[in-house]
Design a protein around this ligand. Structure first.
Ligand code: NAP
Length: 310
């Protein structure tokens, strides 16, 4: 195994994603020393038991001291405060990144608190599950998944080198790295991830509140469709609250389009327009085939985990 890409990595927030970054980076030999800062004492104890890091602390400044790479893996609304706590201890030349599901607000918060000489390169792995906490992570999570970097608009050589190094890091973890503009990222993810989660939360809530259908019946007759929604609707409440609060504009824009299309469907059902329904369902079937062809769905069972949910 060659030299580590980053001699010391600090991970702030060591849940599903943070602990998966550590597991994958260690397996790939991409890092040397690993320090973790996590707010939750139970998680810190568990991280120590699992042997995930060389040092585990509740103090962010202590963890990031001397780090060459700092990865913020806390909920989106916690990123700014975490960066402020880290800032005084960051060494010049360190790369600071994150894994947050929304990029606009996070990029701004990280940049605002960043001292001179620190390379801020926001990122988002399009990989995840509905589980949380350090036990939920696993090293294969990022294999063949997209990793989107939203670098700042600057073209100096040191920053470009920092971006190239972070790209090499995620590539070593198995990801396919792409760069994107922050706003475009937030719009694309509003369609592919945020709205589907909102729909899942809503449909499971509606089913739970329906009078005349008992909770027991909802559970008992959970056919494929509803069952799949319940998996998505089991995703972490803090994480998803933060996503909707910070990607408000893009989500509302897409939700507006969605609502119009739903109204059109409702009309087609009311007026018995079977051809319209058939035409839409045929088009969407093709899209599903396209997703499989793009390698974003694996037909075989994958430890019972979904690797695609961002
Ligand atoms: P998680 O499993 O809940 O892990 C987050 C960890 O950070 C928890 O241990 C949490 O402790 C800790 N934490 C929270 N606030 C903190 C703070 N201020 N300082 C230090 N530690 C703090 O969450 P996750 O699913 O890994 O998500 C982490 C980030 O990844 C989020 O920004 C999310 O948007 C992004 N992401 C998630 C997925 C996914 O599928 N889950 C996919 C891609 C990206 P507590 O439990 O006490 O809060």
């Amino acid at each position: 195994m060659g030299q580590a890409i980053y001699p010391k990595m600090a991970v702030v927030g060591c849940g599903l994603i943070g602990s998966s970054v550590i597991r994958a980076a260690r397996q790939a030999g991409a890092v040397g020393e690993v320090a973790v800062a996590d707010a939750k004492p139970e998680h810190r104890a568990r991280i120590a038991d699992l042997g995930l890091a060389d040092t585990v602390t509740g103090d962010i400044a202590e963890a990031v001291r001397d780090a060459d790479l700092v990865v913020f893996a806390v909920p989106v609304l916690a990123m700014g405060e975490a960066m402020k706590a880290a800032a005084p201890a960051l060494k010049p030349g360190v790369t600071v990144t994150d894994v947050g599901s929304v990029k606009g607000s996070v990029a701004e918060a990280l940049q605002e608190a960043a001292p001179e000489g620190v390379f801020v390169i926001p990122g988002h792995p399009i990989a995840g599950t509905e589980q949380s906490g350090p036990d939920a992570g696993f090293p294969e999570l990022f294999q063949n998944r997209w990793l989107i970097l939203t670098p700042q608009e600057r073209d100096d050589a040191p920053y470009r080198e920092a971006v190239a190094r972070l790209t090499a890091f995620w590539t070593a973890l198995g990801s396919n790295v792409e760069q994107m503009d922050v706003r475009h990222h937030d719009l694309v993810l509003a369609v592919t991830s945020h709205l589907p989660h909102l729909i899942a939360y809503n449909i499971v809530g509606t089913a739970a509140d329906l009078e005349g259908v008992t909770q027991a019946e909802v559970m008992k007759y959970s056919a494929g469709g509803f069952r799949d929604f319940t998996r998505i609707a089991a995703s972490d409440p803090t994480m998803w609250r933060d996503v909707f609060l910070t990607n408000r504009e893009a989500v509302l824009e897409i939700l507006g389009r969605f609502t119009e299309d739903l109204q059109a469907l409702s009309r087609a059902i009311r007026w018995g327009e079977g051809d319209k329904l058939f035409e839409l369902f045929s088009r969407t079937r093709e899209i599903r085939r396209g997703v499989i062809a793009a390698g974003q769905e694996t037909p075989e069972p994958n430890f019972g985990r979904d690797h695609r949910q961002p």
